[in-house]
Design a protein around this ligand. Structure first.
Ligand SMILES: Nc1ncnc2c1ncn2[C@@H]1O[C@H](COP(=O)(O)OP(=O)(O)O)[C@@H](O)[C@H]1O
Ligand SMILES: [Mg+2]
Length: 310
């Protein structure tokens, strides 16, 4: 804990949301939730739409500490973190390097492999590269095609046969210059939330339509959440340990979420979210609640851990 509870009451908290990414709408909902919880708790909080004039807004509002409620580029990717480092404003969540690593699924997977942490097999294709050699290696379907640096399932396709591959690649390459073609793991989807280096209860995600896409993520009633996830005790414990270890090797700070696919006793890390959503349907607040931490306490805990890179 870097900030004392008493001093937080005297600080001006800037809730940074909105911003410039494709996940702007989700971020606005996260920001509003966080801002409201702080105001209701008697904290001095200002809601800031983090556009290009962010430095001026931080100065005009005399912000002492930033709660980053941004998702995607210019928020979750280390850029805003870098700006806050320069301005000397402590902020919630991961620092510059961990943020930049975690938003990049290809870079994350390479780190996971180096540390012998399980992740689905994959190929990488960059915009403008010859596709033939890569396509020839895609023999076992289904596969998942995704942009390296997006979130909210944007640009992700489940590809069931060779004839669907080109279109999926075009779609993903429309959002990022680097895409992954990943082995599709058909099994149970779960997510492990981490708070201050400790794993919270695991949530199983059961989307009604079978695929946890944008609609399933943000529309109430479209997905069933089971917490704690019904896994054998040994697998449950192992997933929590691996999540903590994953965050440690990536240098992730504060709250985070590690997404997994589980197939029998095997599990695979899909990605690490360094700024988990905090909307009414979001997973981190659900996991926290199960652990006896209400929404406002979660927000406050995240702020007490705010800091600058050492
Ligand atoms: N390799 C995979 N096997 C099975 N399902 C996958 C795979 N990769 C992604 N998915 C599905 O797509 C969703 C989004 O993928 P994810 O890698 O977590 O990216 P995002 O950053 O968009 O959340 C997952 O929640 C899961 O439902
Ligand atoms: Mg995800």
């Amino acid at each position: 804990m870097k900030i004392e509870r008493d001093s937080l009451k005297r600080m001006t908290i800037g809730v940074l949301c909105g911003g410039l990414s494709r996940e702007r709408e989700v971020s606005l909902r996260t920001g509003e939730g966080v801002h409201q919880a702080l105001v209701d708790g008697g904290y001095r909080a200002v809601l800031i739409d983090a556009g290009r004039d962010l430095p001026r807004q931080l100065a005009d509002n005399s912000v002492d500490v930033a709660f980053i409620a941004l998702h995607g580029r210019f928020g979750e990717d280390g850029t805003v973190q870098g700006l806050l480092e320069m301005l000397g404003v402590p902020y919630t969540g991961s620092g510059v390097l961990a943020s930049a690593l975690a938003i990049d699924k290809v870079a994350t997977k390479k780190m996971l492999l180096y540390h012998e942490l399980p992740t689905p097999g994959f190929l990488v294709l960059r915009r403008g590269e010859e596709r033939t050699a890569v396509l020839e290696q895609c023999r076992h379907f289904p596969l998942v095609v995704k942009p390296s640096r997006e979130g909210s399932t944007l640009g992700i396709s489940i590809v069931r046969g060779a004839e669907e591959l080109e279109e999926a690649l075009d779609e993903a390459l429309g959002l990022d210059d680097t895409v992954l073609i990943e082995d599709c793991i058909e099994g149970m989807e779960v997510t492990v939330s981490i708070l201050d280096g400790e794993a919270l209860p695991i949530i199983q995600i059961v989307p009604k339509g079978g695929f946890y896409d944008y609609h399933a993520k943000y529309t109430a009633g479209q997905t069933r959440y089971i917490v704690p996830a019904p896994l054998p005790a040994a697998v449950y414990r192992r997933l929590q340990e691996v999540s903590v270890e994953t965050c440690r090797v990536l240098g992730v700070r504060g709250a985070a979420r590690v997404d997994f696919m589980v197939r029998e006793k095997e599990f695979y890390i899909l990605e690490v979210n360094t700024i988990p959503g905090m909307t009414p349907t979001s997973l981190l607040p659900k996991a926290a609640r199960q652990a006896g931490i209400d929404y406002r306490e979660l927000v406050v805990r995240m702020l007490l851990d705010a800091g600058l890179d050492k």
